[in-house]
Design a protein around this ligand. Structure first.
Ligand SMILES: [Zn+2]
Length: 314
């Protein structure tokens, strides 16, 4: 199996495993959509099938389907932090049970950023003095969220996102048409996870749609619809991401003004803004959105922020 944008990391891992130097506890870190889960499955196959894994035996197929009885994804509450009870039951306590097939048992703990320091501490001993059949694969976005004591006991590997070309190739292989694949991978700088999220019409698609609605309102000089679109966002993170997309649309409007053509999403909306405003105004608007987003880590009041932006836009 090809791991997009991860060939060099894959070779390092293959070589470590082939020489018996693959650690029993591995931490994969990389941004959202960089392919941490795919890499975790690959390492599980390295540990259980061989180096490099064949990709077609029963073990490999079961791991790819997340149904191998000895490759366990530690569960957590949907969408939130890991809860104490299930973490102990499904992981810490469960680890004393021998593997089904007498071989090894791999625990995959995803998004360790969501593990409280207490839960991280609870696995220290397990990682340090594991039963001979135990292997651990951890993933996280930011290693700064991991305790130093954990980091000193695992081997870290960083995942960088694939290049836009590799990303587009991967999207094409999963059935996306060439044009959309190229545009998406360009928009998201090769982040396969985000591209897929848009194709699947999930949360990301919703944020883009909202940004497009806000942009359309700007083009119509419709203050009410602009504020309404932004007010829809429930949390700070969604708000900031919507503004990020809005910045892209405004930049595209500027590009259209200068005779270029817009990116994939919001072509119509960007063209609308380009037709309705001067270059100077579009630049001012871009600055305003950019300014607000650069402050979004501060505890901005979203209602006030929306009022500010509305007044700066129209
Ligand atoms: Zn295999």
């Amino acid at each position: 199996m090809r791991l997009y944008g991860k060939e060099s990391l894959k070779r390092r891992l293959d070589s470590a495993a082939a020489h018996g130097r693959l650690s029993h506890a591995v931490l994969i870190h990389g941004e959202q959509g960089a392919g941490k889960k795919v890499m975790a499955r690959y390492i599980a196959k390295l540990m259980m099938c061989g180096a490099p894994p064949c990709g077609s035996c029963n073990i490999c197929r079961l791991i790819d389907g997340d149904s191998h009885p000895d490759v366990i994804f530690v569960k957590r509450k949907c969408g939130g932090k890991y809860a104490k009870e299930p973490f102990y039951e499904n992981f810490i306590k469960d680890s004393v049970v021998y593997p089904n097939n007498g071989g090894i048992k791999v625990y995959i703990v995803e998004d360790c950023d969501d593990l409280s320091p207490m839960l991280q501490n609870s696995m220290l001993k397990l990682i340090e003095e594991p039963a001979p059949y135990l292997r651990f694969i951890f993933t996280c976005e930011n290693v700064n969220n991991m305790l130093e004591t954990i980091l000193s006991r695992v081997t870290e590997y960083q995942l960088s996102p694939p290049s836009p070309e590799e990303c587009a190739e991967c999207l094409r292989e999963s059935g996306c048409d060439a044009k959309t694949a190229a545009e998406l991978s360009d928009t998201f700088s090769g982040n396969i996870g985000k591209c897929r999220a848009v194709i699947d019409g999930g949360e990301e698609k919703k944020l883009i749609d909202t940004a497009c609605r806000a942009a359309a309102a700007i083009a119509r000089k419709d203050r009410f619809s602009f504020a309404a679109a932004l007010t829809e966002q429930s949390g700070r993170a969604e708000y900031a991401e919507t503004l990020e997309y809005l910045t892209k649309l405004l930049r595209d409007a500027m590009v259209i003004k200068c005779g270029g053509s817009a990116a994939y999403f919001g072509k119509k909306e960007s063209a609308g803004i380009a037709a309705a405003y001067s270059e100077e105004r579009i630049l001012e608007m871009t600055d305003a959105v950019f300014y607000v987003n650069s402050k979004s880590r501060l505890n901005l009041n979203l209602a006030l922020t929306t009022a500010y932006l509305t007044s700066r836009m129209m």
